[in-house]
Ligand binder design. Sequence first.
Ligand code: RB5
Length: 145
Amino acid sequence: MKLVIGSDHGGFDLKENIKEYLNEKGIEFTDYGTLTPDRCDYPVIAKKVAEAVADGTFDRGILVCGTGLGVSIAANKVHGIRAALCNDTYCATYSRLHNNANILTMGGRVIGPGVARDIVDIFLTTEFQGGRHANRVAMITEMDK
Ligand code: RB5
């Protein structure tokens, strides 16, 4: 799976922690920034990551800001993106099973690295259930047109 990751300053520490975890697990990824803890604008990073998932450069993305809200709202403006804010493992599971989420967003000021690592595991390994959920996701895709 081709994976891209990004954050603003509010999510920078958690993004760096997740990168460490992905490296430990041997999961390859590309980091679209931010690359320093200096203040920056989350819509810029969210747009870059979302467009790269939407155009097929990457299969999935992970975005982190302070709450996970800003990057989620911004990423969902890009056609074809289903960005799911998951600050708990239950939502992470269903974001994949029912929503076929292609971007995971989390809040670096909301959750700690332990929970975030569990959420990332679930997001990367849980398959979409399809069936009636595929019809619903198709309705969302239709709204993109
Ligand atoms: C930055 O201070 C903060 O607003 C941002 O990281 C994010 O939480 C926005 O939704």
